[in-house]
Design a protein around this ligand. Structure first.
Ligand SMILES: [Ca+2]
Ligand SMILES: [Ca+2]
Length: 99
């Protein structure tokens, strides 16, 4: 099974390479445009990041569990932005280690 690090890296690549900004990614996956990414919507994002579809639901619910500040079981923009910012920061650290 893919490690947590690999999964997060895939998600980071999706957001930074397929979209011009995190806003664009959020908008794209917020299919019903209610301003929230639910577990179901986030699962689509995880699947789009080419994470094994068998575990995409689990990954999505873990992300929400860990980063849902107000515990309403979905990401608002501020929560999503925070998640993406920490993902990108982690990625930069990794790149520094490799170079
Ligand atoms: Ca939504
Ligand atoms: Ca929330």
């Amino acid at each position: 099974m893919a490690s947590k690090k690999e999964i997060l890296q895939k998600i980071r690549i999706l957001i930074t390479q397929k979209f011009n900004s995190p806003e664009e990614a959020f908008d794209f996956f917020d299919k019903n445009k209610d301003g929230y990414l639910t577990g179901k919507e986030l699962k689509k994002l995880v699947k789009n990041a080419k994470v094994n579809s068998l575990i995409s639901g689990l990954v999505a619910s873990k992300m929400i569990e860990g980063l849902d500040a107000d515990k309403n079981k979905k990401f608002d923009w501020a929560e999503f932005k925070k998640a993406v910012d920490s993902l990108i920061k982690e990625g930069l650290k990794e790149e520094k280690k490799l170079s």
